[in-house]
Design a protein around this ligand. Structure first.
Ligand code: SF4
Ligand code: SF4
Length: 66
């Protein structure tokens, strides 16, 4: 089994303006907008495709880790 925790999804809430672009582009419905900020709804479903990071205009969400 591949280690799903190899990369973690990080959110910088102060930088997020709640535009919802990442939510729209996420193919796995991992993200949602809550109180005008992005929130992680279902991290288990994340396939680490990087679309959210790529599409966010404000560098507020990214994959990182080991
Ligand atoms: S890395 Fe891909 S699957 Fe994971 S939250 Fe971002 S867009 Fe969704
Ligand atoms: S694309 Fe970036 S700024 Fe827009 S909701 Fe997602 S994390 Fe926030």
């Amino acid at each position: 089994m591949p280690d799903k925790t190899l990369q973690t999804l990080y959110v910088e809430k102060e930088m997020c303006k709640g535009c919802g672009i990442c939510v729209a582009f996420c193919p796995k419905n991992v993200l949602e907008i809550k109180n005008n900020k992005v929130a992680i709804k279902n991290l288990d479903a994340c396939i680490q495709c990087g679309q959210c990071e790529l599409r966010c205009p404000d560098y507020a969400i990214y994959l990182g880790g080991k």
